[in-house]
Design a protein around this ligand. Structure first.
Ligand code: ADP
Ligand code: MG
Length: 725
């Protein structure tokens, strides 16, 4: 930003008001009606009034608080005006006899009407004929300056039609409203308009704007998608074999101890057909916790490897990555596939060995954390990148993985000279509500696992006040006696500078806490350590020893791994953990999940935690321990979250409620970092407009590419870039 700008100009930049069109699209928050003069005798308590009246009395009172007290009379009734801050110039303007136009809220009292700090000017000027807009602004940028700038921008902006004529808007209630009419109207609505329709944005002028905005979003994503379709990726089809000889994926299937659910078969087929195409796949696999995404990923990897290429799988935490590695190793190594393992905490020697395996292509599968995308990692021929828990990664990280495809193609496979990218499979356990998927993820293909593997028993969820901990401990004893295992999760504020990781936490849980992270963190840690000690003592049984473990983020990785191994193998009965995210683990024998201070967790976190149990055949339960602290009851959003948890176990319903509670901005997290969120449209009310935009976008892009480009530029300016990842 050039430093020669004046203050208001800087403030305008801050608001993103640079181009004329930005100004034209900066719409009022609300309106004030200054078109009429009211009479005091008609006033109602609390009403915002504009009157014209004469000052009858003016005095500085020196009571408990110094104030300027002015009496006025408009001929129908009197009113006193009170000012606690005032200047000599004000006193002068409010002198006895002055005739003023005054705006303020009237309150009744024993002494008659009063207005506190009303605004005023001299009476008699022409009344505005339109409602007065009140714009979103920042400190030091007066409404009057903004209004003028916006009217100027509106007059200059190119608002020519980009919807390509009548057919596009046919049957729409707002068809008669052009962009210019709609904007002019919203900036200066006539005084007789129904304010309700403006406030709830149901007025056709608003509809027009929202439709245009949604169309811009659809167009830009469609464009990004087509951009990717123009790239090349290696088609992942198995080499020619004798008909009787099964491919790697079939051999993997045959070796699994279970058969795929119908949903797993369906999404695997969707993925396989994408992988067989010579353009990069860009697919999101969404499935509730425990729906069995890992095996779908393994099958995709098998297709890739069978075709002679390398596959990388990246997970957000060391323990998750480790778990994938162990599982995939067990599945694929017996089939002769070499798997490499990459993590930040690895010893140099081991790491070097792994890097060599990857570079030579000897390792067909690479599993790891963020370490997978580091510069030093050179693949021989990467063709498929799989990202687990994709929302935990940022745009930059996804891009880095896509850019890893620079090695030479396998000589056995047809060489490709054009710009290539690997296929990308993103997985998430946080299902995206349909409206969000339709709008923000329109550029992605989405596969959904809508079915859990058979034999799961539903998880019973109980909300328990912290004062009834003893009963919870009883429950734990009972589970242990049956040979089951138990998780106990304590909240934690993750110490992390990485935007996404913080997002995952900040978005949900730890609300209303100070940003003094390290302090809170050590408190939380102390709390977990205490809980661990308490539980160890409470569960102590000389006859049948109980092992209670502790897992927290500050532990060295080797120690974490050792604790996890004890729990996974069943030797440890109870695992107390602060590391919420690391509990993305799969221990089917665990049947009870206790979440302490559940009120501090986000809804999707709670759902994920709950998903750690109910993975085996045993009846499972999730106990959400809550505490209201010093307050008499839970805060409203915390209450809504816990209620949702108690009422439903369906990941989609949870996601829908989460969206309702948090709004799309937070829900989308990393994907939208910096990208344009919808400013005007509201997906909970504007589904019909979204559907209209979805229908029109491809037609417009095909038949009127120039108009489509202009439309995107008008609405998104430089922001469309972000959507490409
Ligand atoms: P998520 O989708 O949460 O990543 P996982 O892939 O970890 O789920 O699978 C959860 C558990 O279900 C694992 O123990 C896995 O081996 C098992 N599983 C996956 N698919 C099936 C199936 N079709 N039948 C039985 N068990 C399955
Ligand atoms: Mg998983």
């Amino acid at each position: 930003m050039p430093s020669a700008l004046s203050y208001p100009q800087k403030a305008m930049h801050k608001l993103g008001l640079v181009r004329d069109i930005d100004l034209a699209l900066h719409l009022p928050l609300r309106y004030e009606d200054e078109t009429r003069i009211s009479r005091l005798c008609d006033a109602r308590e609390g009403e915002l009034l504009q009157i014209e009246a004469t000052v009858t009395h003016s005095q500085v009172s020196l009571g408990a608080r110094r104030q300027l007290l002015v009496s006025v009379d408009d001929g129908s009734d009197g009113c006193s005006l009170r000012f606690f801050t005032f200047y000599p110039a004000m006193q002068k303007a409010l002198a006895v006899g002055a005739r003023l136009r005054i705006r303020g809220e009237v309150r009744g009292g024993p002494m008659g009407w009063t207005m506190m700090h009303p605004s005023f000017q001299s009476a008699g000027g022409a009344l505005p004929s339109a409602l007065t807009p009140v714009y979103p602004t920042v400190a030091g940028l007066p409404q009057s300056y903004l209004r003028k700038a916006i009217l100027g921008g509106l007059a200059r902006a190119d608002l020519s039609d980009t919807l390509a004529g009548a057919a596009a808007v046919e049957n729409q209630r707002w068809a008669a409203w052009g962009l210019r009419e709609a904007l002019s109207f919203l900036h200066q609505p006539a005084s007789d308009v129904a304010l309700g329709a403006l406030e709830d944005r149901s007025h056709p002028a608003w509809q027009r704007l929202k439709a245009e905005e949604l169309l811009a979003q659809q167009l830009s994503q469609l464009q990004a998608k087509r951009g990717r379709d123009a790239l090349q990726a290696p088609p992942l089809v198995a080499p020619f074999r004798a008909a009787a000889e099964p491919g790697l994926a079939q051999r993997l299937l045959a070796a699994l101890p279970f058969s795929l659910t119908a949903a797993q078969q369906r999404v695997s087929a969707e993925i396989a057909s994408d992988l067989a195409r010579p353009v990069p796949m860009h697919r999101l696999l969404q499935g509730d916790v425990g729906s069995g995404k890992t095996v779908v990923a393994a099958l995709a990897a098998a297709l890739c490897i069978d075709a002679g290429w390398q596959c990388a799988l990246m997970a957000p935490t060391e323990i998750l990555a480790q778990q994938h590695f162990t599982k995939l190793l067990a599945w694929l190594e017996p089939l002769g596939i070499r798997t490499a393992w990459l993590t930040g905490s690895q010893k140099t020697k081991e790491r070097r060995a792994m890097l060599a395996l990857i570079a030579s292509g000897e390792a067909a599968l690479v599993v790891g954390t963020h370490a997978v995308i580091q510069d030093k990692v050179q693949f021989k021929n990467l063709a498929l990148a799989i990202i687990d828990e994709q929302h935990r990664f940022g745009v930059a990280q996804r891009l880095a993985l896509r850019n890893k495809m620079n090695g030479a193609p396998n000589p056995d496979v047809e060489a490709l000279a054009v710009q290539r990218e690997p296929h990308l499979l993103m997985m998430t356990a946080t299902p995206i509500p349909r409206t969000l998927a339709m709008s923000y993820y329109a550029d992605l293909e989405v596969s959904t696992l809508d079915e859990l593997p058979p034999g799961r028993t539903p998880i019973i969820t109980k909300l328990v006040h912290d004062s009834r901990r003893d009963q919870v401990i009883e429950r734990i004893r009972a589970q242990i006696a049956q040979g089951r295992q138990v998780y106990w999760v304590c909240p934690l504020i993750e110490e992390s500078a990485k935007g996404d990781a913080v997002q995952a936490h900040a978005a949900g849980g730890v609300q209303g806490r100070s940003p003094g992270r390290s302090h809170s963190e050590s408190l939380d840690l102390a709390n977990a350590t205490q809980t661990h000690a308490d539980l160890s003592a409470a569960l102590h049984d000389a006859a049948a020893p109980v092992m209670v473990g502790l897992l927290h983020s500050r532990m060295p990785v080797a120690q974490k791994r050792a604790v996890m191994a004890l729990f996974t193998s069943g030797q440890m009965q109870v695992l107390v953990s602060t590391t919420v995210i690391e509990v993305g683990v799969d221990v089917p024998n665990a049947s009870l999940m206790v979440v302490e201070h559940a009120e501090r967790f986000g809804l999707s976190q709670l759902h994920q935690l709950r998903g750690r149990v109910g993975r085996g055949a045993a009846a499972s339960a999730c106990v959400l321990l809550y505490s209201t602290g010093d307050a008499p009851r839970l805060g409203e959003t915390a209450r809504q979250r816990l209620k949702a948890m108690a009422e439903t176990a369906d990941g989609f319903e949870i996601a829908r409620r989460d969206l309702e509670i948090r709004g799309p901005g937070e829900f989308l997290g990393a994907r939208q970092s910096g990208a344009a969120l919808l400013r005007f449209a509201d997906l909970s009310t504007d589904l019909a407009l979204l559907e209209w935009a979805r229908r029109l976008a491809p037609q417009l892009l095909d038949q009127y590419p120039e108009l489509a480009g202009r439309h995107i530029d008008r609405w998104l300016g430089g922001k469309a870039e972000y959507l490409k990842a």
